[in-house]
Design a protein around this ligand. Structure first.
Ligand SMILES: C[S@@+](CC[C@H](N)C(=O)[O-])C[C@H]1O[C@@H](n2cnc3c(N)ncnc32)[C@H](O)[C@@H]1O
Length: 662
């Protein structure tokens, strides 16, 4: 095929206009790698966009290239794919497309939806005809997967060049002058002796399965979703001929919404960094800060970036002036582009496997409930869990409190039973919403009441340090929030924020039923966000329900022999704060033993947490009951000094036990 037909022109991967493209930043990245003497054999570009950064390193190392968008992944397959392609044949095909006489064809999906929008009627019809034909060639196995990506890439670059937009597809200009003619060009593919791995994953999932010497991170900066800006490219790439909505004619994009454009971007970023397996991490993030309009403000604060990277090793920051391709609305086009370099010295979390889930039954670590219930079993969990049976169908966590035991249980079904309806509603709220929405609600409440956000701003912003804490700063806002919740007691989202800002993240109501804990030292910080996110995730991964029942109701639940009942009742000897509500009586204690004895007769396995001895006092009722029935008493070691008990017990005077009938 004669290249003269194409005017000897070819498409270079760097040619596309793309929000946040780093084509002009490549020499800056090079200069950092040189100055720091960084040698590498593999380079992962995990928010690759156009793929221009990965492409830059393809002549000197293996590359890993990833983006969540289909359209981008076709570009990578075309330029970096392993399979051979028949370039001559593809050029013939492009020529055929360019010369198509559209009059011979009827209307198609694309012309019906997009005529006189981003394209004039003629170009829209042509795009639809070409796209239908590419699909047909692929389905009939006339072209390979990479060849399909080649043709699609040529089409995408061609229509992107003539589209009636300012470079993205959030809107189009009214067409007065017809578009230029669509013209498809061949691709300028450089063969490399290095290999390329191509993915279309969420970056947070991808980093758990890849390893590279350098991982380059260039996430979205602001609230503008790439799936919105490039919906039309996705429509063409996926070609499901979906219904389009609104003036901008967008397809449904809910499945490709990025966490990095949301207010919770900082949480996602922290999780990403924790799981990277690399020698060096490079992060591009500009200093948009609070400049520009609300939509262009940065989603991740410097504090969040630095604290995440510092968890993995030494960090350096490099800066350069850089003319950014923006949507034109921002008042700050000349940005300082920064690159954070982290020399990794601390092993990644994905190598340590810390979160227990159904895919990870060997529980190395445990999810911690965001609700720090008095007497919560988080610290004792490693010891207790070892004593649980391994073959449980339904695990009943009775007196579940914050559900530290229930959420970490390994069983087919998990039922958490708790008498306090606020606690149950709180846990259901965390389970029900998707984390992004919940996080957004929490942040909105924090903003409305003027509570601190040390996670975004750092302690310095509030003129305090970690040891003095944020109590003083938050006191009046917290009391306002507490008053607001106590008025109706129906807004469980307000209660969640109260718990997140309350003394030791606890929950307590006085005899009038009012939430009455004072403000705490901490706020919705990195670890409480992580706890909320992990609780949300695990309570959805497992089959787990939260029931507002009395412990006596467990018997009504048609228990079977392969079920298991774990109970963590208030302690007669413990004097923990829930007893202040007039909670636990000797009658309750006796009912409990009677219930357990009946379960034992039905051969249902149980384990009871309790305190056998406290400040020299012994729980005689329990001791005799266990002895009489021949149950096993396992002593647990627990350091009360570090716990949140109000008790002033000396370490050696409290004996915590687990009593089992198996
Ligand atoms: C700032 S752009 C990258 C620009 C790129 N470095 C370039 O030079 O063209 C961010 C990219 O991240 C992608 N993205 C957003 N969220 C993602 C996620 N969770 N996982 C992977 N990619 C994501 C977007 O689709 C977008 O292409």
């Amino acid at each position: 095929m004669n290249d003269a037909y194409f005017g000897n022109k070819k498409i270079c991967i760097t040619q596309r206009r793309y929000l946040g493209s780093k084509t002009k930043l490549l020499s800056f990245i090079d200069s950092i790698l040189e100055a720091e003497n960084i040698e590498f054999n593999s380079f992962a570009d995990i928010f690759a966009g156009t793929g221009t950064v990965a492409n830059h390193f393809y002549n000197r190392s293996k590359i890993i290239v990833n983006d969540i968008l289909d359209s981008n992944s076709h570009v990578y397959t075309a330029f970096f794919g392993k399979d051979s392609i028949r370039e001559g044949k593809l050029k013939e095909q492009l020529r055929y497309y360019n010369d198509i006489e559209i009059k011979k064809y009827g209307e198609n999906y694309f012309s019906k939806n997009f005529s006189d929008t981003y394209f004039d009627a003629e170009n829209a019809k042509k795009i639809g005809i070409i796209r239908d034909d590419i699909e047909k060639l692929f389905e009939e196995k006339i072209i390979t997967n990479r060849e399909k990506s080649y043709l699609l890439t040529s089409l995408i670059y061609a229509f992107d060049k003539i589209a009636n937009t300012v470079g993205h597809y959030d809107a189009y200009r009214k067409i007065d002058i017809p578009n230029k003619k669509l013209f498809l060009l061949p691709l300028d593919i450089t063969n490399s002796r290095y290999s390329a791995e191509i993915y279309k994953d969420d970056a947070n999932e991808l980093v758990k399965k890849i390893k590279a010497d350098v991982v380059y991170i260039d996430p979205p900066y602001n609230s503008r979703q790439y799936s919105d800006a490039y919906h039309l490219l996705e429509n063409i790439a996926t070609w499901k001929k979906e219904k389009v909505f609104g003036v901008a004619k967008k397809i449904d994009r809910s499945h490709i919404k990025s966490k990095y454009n949301m207010k919770s971007a900082g949480v996602a970023f922290g999780d990403l960094i924790d799981n990277i397996n690399a020698k060096y991490i490079l992060v591009s993030y500009n200093d948009m800060g609070t400049a520009g309009n609300a939509r262009s403000q940065s989603r991740i604060s410097d504090h969040e970036i630095l604290s995440a990277l510092k968890r993995r090793g030494e960090v350096k920051i490099f800066e350069t002036n850089f003319k950014q391709f923006t949507t034109g609305k921002s008042s700050k086009d000349d940005l300082k582009e920064r690159i954070f370099l982290c020399k990794v010295s601390i092993v990644s979390k994905s190598n340590k496997s810390v979160i227990a889930s159904k895919n990870n039954p060997v529980q190395v670590g445990f999810v911690k409930s965001p609700l720090n219930y008095t007497g919560g079993k988080h610290k004792l969990l490693p010891q207790i869990a070892k004593l649980f049976p391994k073959d449980i169908k339904t695990f009943y966590d009775v007196f579940s409190g914050g559900a530290n035991v229930g959420i970490n249980a390994t069983a087919k079904n998990i039922v958490c039973i708790e008498k306090n309806r606020y606690v149950v509603n709180l846990l259901k709220l965390i389970q029900d919403d998707n984390f992004e929405d919940l996080n957004q609600r929490v942040i909105d409440i924090i903003d409305d009441f003027g509570l601190s956000q040390s996670y975004i701003k750092g302690y310095e912003h509030y003129n305090v340090d970690s040891s003095s804490g944020l109590g003083q700063y938050n006191k009046s806002a917290f009391l306002k929030l507490r008053g607001e919740f106590n008025k109706e007691k129906t807004r469980i989202d307000l209660l969640l924020v109260l718990v997140l800002y309350s003394f030791n993240n606890q929950i307590r109501f006085n005899s009038n039923g009012d939430f009455n804990l004072p403000v705490g030292k901490r706020d919705y910080n990195g670890s409480s966000r992580k706890n909320v996110a992990a609780f949300n995730q695990i309570s959805n991964e497992k089959r787990i329900v939260f029931k507002n029942y009395d412990f006596r109701d467990v018997e009504k639940m048609s228990l079977k022999n392969d079920d298991f009942v774990y109970l963590d009742p208030p302690y007669l000897l413990g004097l923990a704060s829930y007893n202040e509500m007039g909670g636990w009586t000797e009658k309750d204690e006796k009912d409990l033993y009677a219930l357990l004895t009946r379960l034992d007769k039905k051969e249902i396995r149980f384990a009871l947490s309790n305190v056998l001895e406290h400040k020299g006092k012994i729980n005689e009722i329990m001791k005799n009951w266990a002895k009489k029935n021949g149950y096993r008493v396992h002593k647990l070691s627990y350091n009360y000094k570090n716990s949140n008990y109000h008790s002033t017990a000396k370490n050696n005077s409290t004996i915590e036990v687990l009593i089992t009938n198996y």
